[in-house]
Design a protein around this ligand. Sequence first.
Ligand code: FAQ
Length: 329
Amino acid sequence: MYAQLVDTGAQRLRTLEELPPEERSFQERIDAGIKIEPKDWMPEAYRKTLVRQISQHAHSEIVGQLPEGNWVTRAPTLKRKAILLAKIQDEAGHGLYLYSAAETLGVSRDELLDALHSGKAKYSSIFNYPTLTWADMGAIGWLVDGSAIINQIPLCRCSYGPYSRAMIRVCKEESFHARQGYDIMLALVRGSAEQRQMAQDALNRWWWPALMMFGPSDSDSVNSAQSAQWRIKLHSNDELRQRMVDQTVPQAEHLGLTVPDPDLRWNEERGHYDFGEIDWSEFHDVLKGNGPCNRERLRTRVRAYEDGRWFRDALVAHADKLAAQPEAA
Ligand code: FAQ
């Protein structure tokens, strides 16, 4: 497992009785559904776990703009272009809320950005795949934003106040994103044979990476047990992945598209779809930096940051100038 594990100082989860008094009352508050706020006492490992997850989430929103940005100048109509631009702008906003939520835990935005730009910090594996056709804009909205919503709705009820509140607005916007993606897919499947084929090809390429977004299987998920105890995670990676499959397969059927999984079938007994084995070696390769677009994404992101330096410097110089002026009489 390629994880920058937060050291919780324990080999296994401790029971309430085993916790020192401060940690015990902290855990009791969490168990009672009380939100933890920035100025409350919290175990250092809880703080670090949240900084890890929230900053990875923020980085994903920021880097996640790049695959779609590729299609702004080539959107098929002015209306589609305006919608795509608005969506990408929303993702930037989500990144900013999330950086602000992470800052409430005592980490600076510069530190977080340094970690992203130096390649130390993770962001979602899904954004290391290329966007080859316009149908990929449909597949991203439908499958990637769709998966993001399934993962993030429970986060609206997570134990850390600023993160849970940020998620409420993010989820509302993501549901618009998912619908605009599905609408692109609908338009394509109602179009020419080439357009239907383009939609099918996008589904073929994005299906498995979208399932990987939910993280490793529960047996390999090193952070899950502790995060569940702290109610940072309310459902396991596999539970949410199953929810995505169950929800999305009927949508694919409605589009008349075929999910690229020969093992996919409804299991009457379980009341869920069974699906094929995920290629975890591909997932680990992407996490190690060897996905199809990892290097390009990081390079583009760092260049954008450097290109904006003059603007950030100008804002600081202007603020300093105002601060140095004597108060108006
Ligand atoms: N990609 O022990 P677990 C979006 C890492 S937002 C890369 O299971 P955890 C919006 C994981 O960090 C998408 N790395 O970890 C949008 C850990 O490594 P670490 C982002 C992954 O944290 C749409 C290691 O593997 N959403 O799409 C991935 O308990 C369209 C072991 O894994 C969030 O970040 C992965 N897919 O569970 C934007 C939601 N999966 O840190 C633009 C919040 C796992 O120990 C366009 N995050 N890893 O070094 C979460 O819910 C959790 O962090 C999980 C992972 C579920 C992602």
